[in-house]
Design a protein around this ligand. Structure first.
Ligand code: NAI
Length: 377
């Protein structure tokens, strides 16, 4: 199979998410790193792109130059990843979709609901793929959990409880560090801080495993470090369309929690538990029965979980390989074999509608608010 050509915007040297994309895209030999505009500083971006092996004429200074350079090439990139800071996602994703490129956009896909709806419409009209990097949904044991729920193995879901809480912004003395401060500044981060940054991963995961969507929510936001305008802690209660009760806690001041993303799903005949710090294991308890550990790579997994288990049982498979699973599904989709489970623009839009609903609710002392995007009501 010939390799697809891949380009990236953002993710420059020293960025947080750039390495995970480069490892993920190239892990299975499905993509060749062919073009990039990797840094907000043109010369640094060009130089770093070439050090990573991109040809000099395709190591661009900025994304507009990359769009102009790629659009008329016969060997133009098949997929563009947008891994820049949040406020730029909309205009870059829109421009590349309109020019007929497939796009993988980092979360949050846009800064507001209207932009999200526009991306959904443009992606549909273009016939191109617009995926959003909800990469945790591509861990094999999350695919196993979703398949078990779909197969009725834990019965109708009563309750889903999820946390995405860490303590890395919990030092008040470090709150003015520019790398931390922007996340709580509305001019840079938008209407929400921690909920839009980490909470939406947890909310997407709840919908993904339960195979359902969020209908309404009630939120309590707190800025526990007083200089912060936006919330650094949030508790969100939600209801899903199918009636499932949801509870979500997200925090960046939970000192002692490192990457505290976990989820529990409670059905009428069993329960499931997964934590991102032990991603190879899914804990399953049938009603009245013993608790069992289901391991990535073991026999008898559902096919999607088996397909995405790469190395043999008990060898750790971490975050970059979850991202690689997103790229595998994208390569299949680009080659005409659409994969169920790939997070797409409507997922990005639903997240943004939930962010706006949570902000509205928190301002009104937790009143319940419709969390569905207007175009899906
Ligand atoms: P970062 O600040 O560490 O790196 C951003 C990179 O983008 C830098 O290399 C910068 O030079 C470059 N850049 C900025 N503006 C640019 C522009 N206009 N054109 C080209 N390059 C530009 O940011 P980080 O943490 O890597 O986050 C980037 C995005 O990834 C954010 O939207 C964030 O929400 C998302 N993210 C997603 C994660 C996930 O689990 N899916 C995890 C971490 C971040």
């Amino acid at each position: 199979m010939t390799k697809l050509k891949w380009g990236m915007i953002g993710g420059g040297e020293g960025s947080q998410i750039g390495p995970a994309h480069r490892l993920g895209a190239q892990a299975d030999g499905r993509f060749e790193f062919a073009a990039g505009a990797l840094d907000h500083r043109a010369e640094e971006g060009r130089a770093y792109g070439q050090r990573l092996g991109i040809a000099a004429d395709r190591a661009y200074g900025d994304w507009t130059e990359m769009l102009a350079g790629e659009r008329n090439r016969t060997d133009r990139v098949d997929l563009v990843t947008v891994a820049t800071p949040n406020a730029t996602h909309f205009e870059i994703t829109k421009a590349f979709l309109e020019a007929g490129f497939n796009v993988l956009c980092e979360k949050p896909m846009t800064m507001d609901v209207e932009q999200g709806e526009e991306i959904v419409r443009i992606a549909k009209a273009s016939g191109k793929i617009c995926a959003v990097n909800y990469c945790y949904s591509a861990y094999p044991m999350i695919r196993q959990a979703r398949a078990m729920v779909r197969a009725g193995e834990i019965g109708k879901i009563r309750l889903v409880v999820t946390n995405f809480s860490h303590g890395h912004h919990g030092d008040a003395g470090d709150a003015n560090n520019p790398r931390v401060r922007w996340r709580y500044d509305p001019a840079m981060a938008g209407v929400s801080g921690q909920f839009a940054d980490c909470g939406i991963h947890a909310l997407h995961m709840a919908g993904f495993i339960c195979d359902d969507t969020v209908e309404k929510l009630s939120a309590d936001f707190a800025s526990t470090i007083p200089s912060r305008v936006l919330e650094d802690d949030a508790m969100v209660n939600f209801r899903m369309t199918g009636g499932t009760v949801g509870r979500l806690w997200t925090s960046s001041v939970a000192i002692g929690r490192q990457h505290g993303f976990d989820i529990q799903v409670f059905g009428e005949t069993g329960g499931l538990r997964w934590a991102s710090e032990q991603p190879n294991q899914l804990i399953y308890t049938p009603v009245g029965g013993r608790t069992q550990i289901i391991e990535k790579g073991e026999g008898g997994l559902h096919p999607d979980a088996q397909r995405l288990s790469r190395v043999s049982i008990a060898h750790p498979e971490g975050f970059p390989l979850a991202v690689a699973n997103i790229y595998c599904d994208l390569a299949d989709a680009i080659n005409g074999e659409a994969r169920d489970g790939l997070p797409l623009a409507p997922d990005g839009l639903r997240s943004m509608a939930a962010v706006y609903a949570a902000v509205e609710s928190a301002k009104a002392d937790g009143v319940w608010v419709d969390a569905r995007p207007p175009m899906f009501r």
